[in-house]
Design a protein around this ligand. Sequence first.
Ligand SMILES: *Cc1c(COP(=O)(O)O)cnc(C)c1O
Length: 392
Amino acid sequence: MNSARQGRPFFFNPGPTNIPERVLKAMASPSMDFFAPEFMDIHRYCHAGVMRVLKTEQKLFIYPSSGHGAWEASIVNVFSPGDLVLVMESGFFSERWAAMAEHLGVRAETLPADWDQGVTPDALQARLEADTAHEIKGVLAVHNETATGMTHPVAGYRKSMDAAKHPALLLSDTISSLASIDFRMDEWGVDVAVGGSQKGLMLPTGLGFTGVSEKALAASHKATLPRKYLDWRTMEGREPQDFPGTVPVHLFFGLYESLHMLEEEGLDQVFARHARFGEATRRAVGAWTGDGEGPRLFGQVPERLSNSVTAVLMPEGHDAETLRKAATRYNLSLGGGLTRLAGKVFRIGHLGDLNEPMLLGALSTIELAMKTAGVPHRSGGVEAAVAYLADT
Ligand SMILES: *Cc1c(COP(=O)(O)O)cnc(C)c1O
C-alpha cells in the first residue's frame, strides 16, 4: 500500500530545500527593469540582508549561479597560477572544491582526515608552522559538510592560523549552514565566505554569494588567474553591485521575501530552531541504533554533528538506496550518500522552512520505510524525538 500521489510531498533533501509559499508568491511577479528605483531598493535590501546573515560589514558579491559559481569566484579572484592552497578534508564537498581549484590551475594539498571526524585545529596549526616559507596562500574549509552531516570549527581554524602567524587567506564554504547555523564571517576572520541560495535561504537554486574581506579584496587586485564573468574588479564599481549581464530580478524578489521571514523570526531563533530539530533527529536515530543492530549517526565527533543535515549510516549489509526507494513510495524524499558513502548512508535535510509536524512526519515515515524495506532497527525513534521536542 502507498499513497504517494495524494497529499503534500515531504521533501527532506539537504538542498534544495522547501520553498515557503511566501517566497513562491513573491516570485510570481511581473518583470521589472533592474535599473528602476523600485528594484534598486529591493537589491539594496537584499545585499544588506545577506551581509547581516553572513555577519560581515566588509564586501559581498552576488552571482547568478549555483554554489559552484561562488566556489569558482572564491578561487579565481584571489589566487594566481601555481599557488598552493591547503584543503581541510571533510567529505565530498571539500574534495570537489579542491578538484575545482586544481582544475583552475591552483595546487591543492589536502590535509587528510576521516570523513566521520574532520581536521583538528591542532593538525592545521602543525602544517602551517611547517610552512616557514609561507608557500600556502589559502586555507579552504567547508563549514558544514553536507555529505557527512558535520559542522567544522572554522573559528578554531582561524585561531590555528593566527597562532602559527601564517598569512594565508581563510576561505570557508557556508553553503549548507548559511541562515541555519551561526556563521560569523568577520568575527571568525574569514576572508572569503561562499554561500548559495537553495539551502537555508529557502530559495530556488540560482544565486551564489561570496562575502569578501578587505584582505581578500586587496589580494584580488594582484591575483592573475583569468576571470571575467566572476571578476570582482568589474563588479565593485556600482553600489550595491554591478552585474555583468541581466540581473535575475525574480530571485531577488524571492530573496527579499526570505530575508524578511528570517528577520521576522530573528536569526538567533532561526539557529535555535535548527539546533532543536537537529537534536530531535539525532535522538530518533540514536533510538533506532539500539544495541548496534540498527542505523546509526555517521559522524563520530558529538560536538560537530550538524544542525542542518544528519547523515545516517546503514547497518552492515543494508543498502541506503533501497531504504530511500521505500521512502519515495510514501512521497518522502531523502538525500543519498555521495561517492564513497553511496549506498552506505542516507541523509535527512532538516534545514530551511520546517516545523515540528513536518519533521515528525518525516521521522515517522523513515520508520515506516525501514519496516517496509526490512532494515533492522529498534523502535522508539519518533517517541524519542517527541519527548525531546515536548521538553524544549
Ligand atoms: C550544496 C553544496 C555545494 C554546491 O552548491 P551548488 O549550488 O549545488 O553548486 C557546495 N558546498 C556545500 C557544502 C553544499 O552543501
